[in-house]
Design a protein around this ligand. Structure first.
Ligand code: CMX
Length: 137
């Protein structure tokens, strides 16, 4: 199978986006790029640019959000890794044929308008893994 192209972003679950800003901007000096609500996932997301990679901070907007459940069970911390791919629909079919357990059977729209699909952490060595295809790919 064709290799994934790059690490696209690192997802970090937080209780409050506002409370994290002094650390990411003031301590790390990462570039704040703005915020966006992803209503379908019940999350509000803040982006910080670090070289070619983004840190994606995720704050839940409702109790049914996957991030709210994660915070309840595990507390704040690393939530997922996302890799850039080409041709996401074809890759999802290849993964399913390999027996990989997918959370998303088909691409859906995530932050920045990207097409995204999650692999189940039980099929990705315990690390929730997202594949994403940016709009210009
Ligand atoms: N990383 C690693 N493991 C995780 C995890 C994570 N982020 N979230 C859950 N798990 C593990 C749990 O620890 C649990 O393991 P055990 O069975 O060993 O205890 C297992 O996965 C099942 O977890 P659960 O708490 O019972 O929760 P659910 O099965 O209800 O949901 C998951 C887990 C991963 C399927 C769900 O969180 C999901 O669908 N995530 C994908 C969507 C998402 O996270 N969206 C937010 C970001 C949106 C964006 O970036 O746009």
């Amino acid at each position: 199978m064709e290799a994934v192209q790059a690490l696209n972003h690192v997802g970090i679950a937080v209780r409050s986006l506002a409370e994290q800003r002094p650390f990411y901007e003031g301590v790390l000096g990462a570039v704040y790029e703005g915020e966006e609500e992803v209503a379908s996932q019940q999350v509000r997301v803040a982006f910080y640019k670090v070289g070619d990679v983004r840190m994606e901070l995720l704050e839940p907007t409702g109790p049914e959000s996957a991030v709210a459940k994660f915070l309840e069970k595990r507390g704040e911390g690393l939530h997922h890794l996302a890799y850039t791919v080409d041709n996401l629909p074809q890759r999802i079919e290849q993964l399913k044929a390999q027996g990989v357990r997918m959370i998303d059977d088909a691409p859906r729209t995530g932050a920045h308008g990207m097409a995204i699909a999650f692999l189940h952490p039980k099929s990705s060595c315990g690390v929730l893994t997202e594949l994403c295809q940016p709009v210009d790919h």
